[in-house]
Design a binder for this molecule. Structure first.
Ligand code: ADP
Ligand code: ADP
Ligand code: MG
Length: 660
């Protein structure tokens, strides 16, 4: 076994690999950019090497710098994690040329699966069913349109070099084909440097089911059952589970067998995932799933497989890379129970999932479920990298128990300072269709506003924020926590007023002590809260005979209230440093964060209508589509595709209202 390995990645996955390496007595080397000097993954590793500036292209994606760091540190092998260089065959070549072991498949296996068209052709010859469509070399627009007709609408145009859910367009009818092809090509050219596409049948009621495979260097291939990743948003996974709900023994063995055949066809070694798309319009059937692509690395959602099999996939990766045979034969691998993983992102679901940045002033995650995290309290989420900050993994004896544990865990994610999708994920757990296991990739999109938008704070949440703003929850250090309250009652003014902003609205709250309680009025609503206990953070109240535990966190002008499974952030508007929601509407489109301009789809003089997408940016690996704030005529576009822009940079302006 290796004595020392380098982990060529950042964040959560580095922490994950270190955990297993440490258990196996293997020393770890982390790499980091300037932005990550103080990051968790650096602190956890035995040693760390700086590899470049914040920009990923000049640090985590710099093959030479990573290989040089590995050599200099005396590591014997390199674990690539996921994303970054993990599926780059040139990186594998460079690692091996330096005399080191790549913890993953051969460069040749990665090349075989790297492009979706070539992978499909290969799978066809291996006898694995592929999604009906055209994946040949001809790229002529008229020819592809003809192929789309043959396949039958709706179709999906897909960049052959695509990944991360990008470079895909669903086309419903022939009229939309030419424009969709054009924009997919442009996006693929920009994002992957390869504009070639394939055209696929768009599955009727699609479910994403993938099989975890493992190969070794002695020709053995096994599978570790399936995961269902159908809960997606814009082709990106949101919550994954294992096993797949509704899976039958016939379909499971057909899928497992097809996945192993795919891996064996390319002499696969290490961890890999064969992704299938299943048409479940008539249930999950053994003849209704097709090969979609293979990911030649450890997958983000591997923990759900670990939970049901009791195996450590990183340990398997290390053993296989060190030349050992697979630890178990197929018949020795079994599964029990059910597991879910939710991806916790720094993003705002209510604002079209805009990635969020900031400092995590509070980062308190539940301790009774598995949490794989790449950050800790006090860390900054910067615009340089992926907004995924943690994965919450819950398991149980059956699906209902695992899902209940996941939901409970998500409501106990107490995070402040950065907007996250935690509450959205918890709401997702409550969707009846999800609870029933009736999932498909369109479920989130169909579920509407109620899922995306935070319900307004309860009266108690408002009242607690008001008490926090007035300082009534804080326990003075080393003194009787009730003294302050008593003092207030003795000589404080009868009623105090405080203004709180919630979203774009401001509210006046009036707080009056009444015996042992506080009466808090907001407009015509009044609640009476008995403060049963408070240490300034964990608070227990009684409201109308109901005893409730809450967490209240104040940082600067922001007050976060966690109560009854909901999280709300208020701010005290007069405090310096308060940032309201950026003004919407108006004449200007500005960059919500630093990033790269990908597509500009309007020119000066063009008439646009409210909501029409005008500029597409990429930041934190996410695509941000910025739309027209109102109907009007474009006055100027000071940026072009390919420009790197700062936060607040003007992207496009509209002619003044009366001129339009
Ligand atoms: P998985 O298939 O393991 O669930 P994802 O598709 O979500 O993983 O991608 C895993 C990671 O790799 C994410 O951080 C994602 O942003 C990144 N990623 C995936 N494909 C690409 C790509 N083609 N280029 C850059 N990053 C990618
Ligand atoms: P990526 O490399 O970005 O992960 P995939 O080919 O794996 O690309 O597709 C990502 C997602 O897009 C799938 O999980 C699925 O939700 C959707 N998708 C892909 N192909 C099809 C298809 N033919 N019909 C319907 N949905 C599809
Ligand atoms: Mg995929």
């Amino acid at each position: 076994m290796f004595r020392k390995i380098l982990i060529a990645n950042r964040g959560e996955i580095v922490a994950r690999v270190i955990r297993t390496a440490r258990r196996m007595g293997i020393a770890t080397v982390a790499v980091h950019s300037d932005a990550d000097r103080d990051a968790l993954h650096v602190a956890l590793a035995d040693e760390a090497v700086r590899i470049g500036p914040a920009e990923a292209a000049r640090s985590y994606l710099d093959i030479e710098a990573v290989v040089a760091a590995a050599k200099a540190s005396g590591a014997e092998a390199v674990h690539p994690g996921y994303g970054f260089l993990s599926e780059n065959p040139d990186f594998v070549d460079a690692v091996e040329a330096a005399g080191l072991v790549f913890i993953g498949p051969s460069a040749q296996a990665i090349r075989a699966m790297g492009l979706k068209d070539a992978a499909k052709a290969l799978m066809e010859t291996a006898g694995v069913s592929v999604v009906p469509g055209y994946h040949g070399a001809v790229q002529d627009a008229a020819f592809l349109a003809q192929e789309a007709e043959r396949i039958g609408y709706p179709v999906l145009i897909k960049a052959r070099a695509g990944g991360g859910g990008k470079g895909m367009r669903r086309v419903g009818d022939p009229a939309g084909f030419a424009a969709a092809l054009e924009s997919t090509r442009r996006e693929a050219e920009g994002a992957f440097g390869d504009g070639r596409v394939l055209v696929e049948k768009y599955m009727a009621k699609p479910r994403h089911i993938e099989v975890q495979v493992f190969g070794d260097r002695h020709g053995n291939v096994v599978h570790l059952f399936e995961r269902d990743c159908s809960l997606q948003r814009r082709h990106q996974k949101v919550i994954e589970e294992a096993p797949a709900p509704g899976m039958t023994p016939e379909t499971r063995s057909a899928m497992g067998e097809a996945a192993c055949r795919a891996a064996a066809a390319i002499g696969y070694s290490g961890a890999g995932t064969v992704e299938f798309i299943a048409d479940v319009s008539e249930g999950l059937r053994p003849d209704r799933f097709h090969f979609m692509e293979m990911n030649t690395r450890l997958q983000v959602e591997h923990p759900v497989t670990e939970a049901i099999t009791g195996l450590d996939l990183v340990e398997w990766q290390l053993r296989v890379a060190a030349g050992e045979p697979l630890p178990r034969r197929q018949e020795e691998i079994s599964m029990t129970g059910w597991a879910f993983e939710a991806r916790l992102y720094a993003e705002n679901p209510a604002r079209d999932f805009l990635p969020a940045t900031g400092r995590l002033s509070l980062f308190d995650l539940p301790k009774d479920v598995r949490v794989d995290s790449g950050v800790r309290a006090g860390d900054a989420i910067t615009p340089h990298y992926d907004p995924m900050i943690a994965k919450v993994i819950a398991d149980g004896r059956d699906r209902a128990e695992a899902l209940a544990k996941l939901e409970a865990a998500l409501t106990r994610c107490h995070i402040a300072g950065v907007t996250t999708n935690a509450a959205f994920l918890a709401r997702l757990c409550r969707l009846p269709a999800f609870a029933a296991g009736d999932v498909d990739t369109g479920l989130i999109a169909r579920s509407g506003e109620g899922l995306l938008v935070e319900p307004p704070p309860s009266d108690e949440a408002f009242a607690l924020a008001a008490l926090a703003a007035l300082g009534f929850l804080a326990a003075p250090a080393g003194r009787d926590p009730w003294e302050r309250l008593r003092g207030f009652r003795l000589w404080g003014p009868a009623t105090q007023s405080v203004f709180l902003a919630y979203g774009a609205e401001e509210h006046e709250l009036r707080v009056t002590p009444r015996g042992e309680a506080f009466e808090v009025e907001r407009g015509s609503v009044a609640v009476r809260l008995h403060l049963l206990a408070s240490d300034g953070h964990a608070v227990r109240i009684d409201s109308g005979g109901r005893s409730l535990a809450a967490t209240v966190h104040r940082e600067g002008s922001e007050i976060a209230v966690f109560l009854d499974g909901a999280a709300h952030v208020f701010s005290v508007p007069d405090d310096p440093g308060h940032h309201g929601e950026p003004a919407a509407g108006g004449d200007r489109l500005v960059a919500p964060m630093p990033g790269l301009v990908r597509i500009v789809s309007a020119a000066p003089g063009a008439r646009v209508s409210r909501g029409e997408p005008l500029v597409t940016m990429e930041a934190m690996k996410m695509e941000l589509v910025l739309s027209a704030p109102r109907d009007g005529v474009v006055a100027g576009v000071p940026v072009a595709a390919g420009d790197q822009v700062a936060e607040g940079a003007l992207l496009l302006s509209l002619e003044a209202e009366d001129a339009a």
